[in-house]
Ligand binder design. Structure first.
Ligand SMILES: Cc1ncc(C[n+]2csc(CCOP(=O)(O)OP(=O)(O)O)c2C)c(N)n1
Ligand SMILES: [Mg+2]
Length: 411
């Protein structure tokens, strides 16, 4: 259902906010992270969202969007690939071969489904957990690992934080961990495209935590007032590091925040790739037609730590994680494909093997690349490098081989 504002109705698939918003106590004053029991976690599976794929992979009669086989298999491939990539990168991090990684286990449908709904000419402005989107926009696995290592073949020459990709030719804006900043960038880029007469829609991702940032409010307001051709997509994975969603907001849903800005909003099952793809596609079409932005909340769950530096057992109950394992987006989608006769156990085995090989080859290729040139410490900023920077570079180079300042992994 669309918001009660005067804006145009939301895409068909828009969800109703729950009839009875759960009464919530005011959040307690911020304190040391505490364990949140599953009961205390927000009621996210109350059916008040768009769902196409039921947890067992079946689809209610008349609800199947009947996507072309090639699209369905592409969605599955991307979800499985990023899952394997995640698994291997975490292992590399624990072995000290990369410094840092941010996994997306459990959120594959949300990232892949939303990104797949965009056309090639569109733009993606990621938050910090949309690495899979970078690959979908053309970043090869080897290039991704070059970035994670920060080697000389990395597009950013090792200057970016690991796991923060950029794909200029794929219209994928450089990732930044500064929470929420990309929201107004996405909105503004979409406005600029419209002013230039480009037929482009922008997808701006954010996490649940970003909805507490000032940039969220500026971005949402600008988008609505100027009818920016964008889709603002919140991956509500229930946690912002150790802060549960219930401490971000006392609104019954994140989606309903769209109403305050007069923006159509949709709440979707983020572990259902068909639903995520369909609602995003509808929102993209709406934006492209000139009907303005849509706000989407995808309800999902971050099953691993915030990053390789985080230990989630310190602040949340493992029972909650177990609950979400049963809602696994990849298993659910595979069950659907199998039921439709598009996938078999035999194909699965061969496919998993080929993905594993693909990741293996990418690791081997990336690890062959040497470090960035020492010179790169002072290049690309000044047209004429100031003398004091040249002196500093000479000092650093004189330390080479003396084993000072060696980073200790894992960070
Ligand atoms: C402006 C700003 N404040 C705080 C941080 C520290 N920080 C890094 S990630 C994060 C949580 C983000 O949570 P969410 O937006 O839900 O995204 P998720 O990590 O769950 O994908 C925070 C607070 C930051 N990077 N930027
Ligand atoms: Mg989050």
């Amino acid at each position: 259902m669309a918001s009660k504002s005067k804006s145009k109705p939301a895409p068909k698939a828009a969800a109703k906010p729950p009839a009875k918003p759960a009464a919530k106590a005011a959040p307690k004053a911020a304190s040391q992270p505490t364990k949140a029991s599953p009961a205390a976690a927000p009621a996210v599976h109350d059916g008040a969202f768009v769902q196409i794929l039921q947890p067992d992979g079946t689809v209610a009669k008349g609800k199947d969007p009947n996507l072309p086989t090639a699209t369905l298999l592409y969605l599955y491939e991307q979800m499985v690939q990023v899952r394997e990539f995640d698994r291997r990168m975490l292992m590399l991090q624990r072995q000290g071969r990369i410094g840092f990684y941010g996994p997306i286990l459990g959120q594959e449908a949300s990232t892949v489904g939303s990104t797949a709904a965009m056309e090639k000419r569109d733009w993606v402005f990621p938050a910090l957990r949309e690495g899979a989107a970078a690959m979908m926009r053309g970043l090869s696995l080897t290039e991704a690992i070059n970035q994670l290592i920060g080697n000389g073949s990395d597009r950013c020459k090792g200057r970016q934080m690991p796991c923060h990709y950029t794909v200029k030719e794929g219209n994928y804006y450089g990732m930044s961990s500064v929470i929420g900043t990309q929201i107004s960038h996405a909105v503004g880029a979409a406005m600029a495209a419209r002013l230039r007469g480009d037929d482009v829609v922008v997808l701006g991702h954010m996490g649940d935590g970003a909805t507490s940032a000032n940039d969220f409010h500026c971005g949402m307001n600008f988008a609505a007032v100027y009818r920016s051709p964008c889709v603002l997509f919140c991956q509500n994975n229930q946690w912002a590091i150790s802060v549960p969603c219930s401490k971000q907001s006392v609104s019954a849903t994140i989606a309903q925040k769209g109403a305050a800005y007069g923006m159509p909003f949709v709440r979707v099952d983020g572990n259902d790739v068909l639903a995520v793809y369909s609602v995003t596609k509808a929102a993209v079409e709406r934006a492209r037609k000139g009907d303005g932005p849509t706000f989407i909340e995808a309800v999902t769950y971050r099953r691993l730590g915030h990053s390789s530096s985080d230990d989630p057992t310190k602040y949340r109950d493992e029972a909650e994680v177990k609950l979400w394992e049963q809602r696994d987006p990849v298993d659910r989608f595979r069950a659907y494909l199998t039921k439709r006769g598009m996938w078999s156990e035999k194909q699965e085995v061969a496919f998993k093997e080929s993905i594993a090989l693909r990741v293996n080859d990418a690791i081997a290729a990336a690890e062959k690349n040497g470090p960035p040139a020492d010179e790169s410490l002072i290049t690309d900023v000044f047209a004429t490098v100031p003398p004091q920077l040249r002196e500093q570079l000479a000092e650093v180079m004189a330390l080479e081989g003396k084993r000072v300042n060696e980073g200790a992994f894992p960070l």
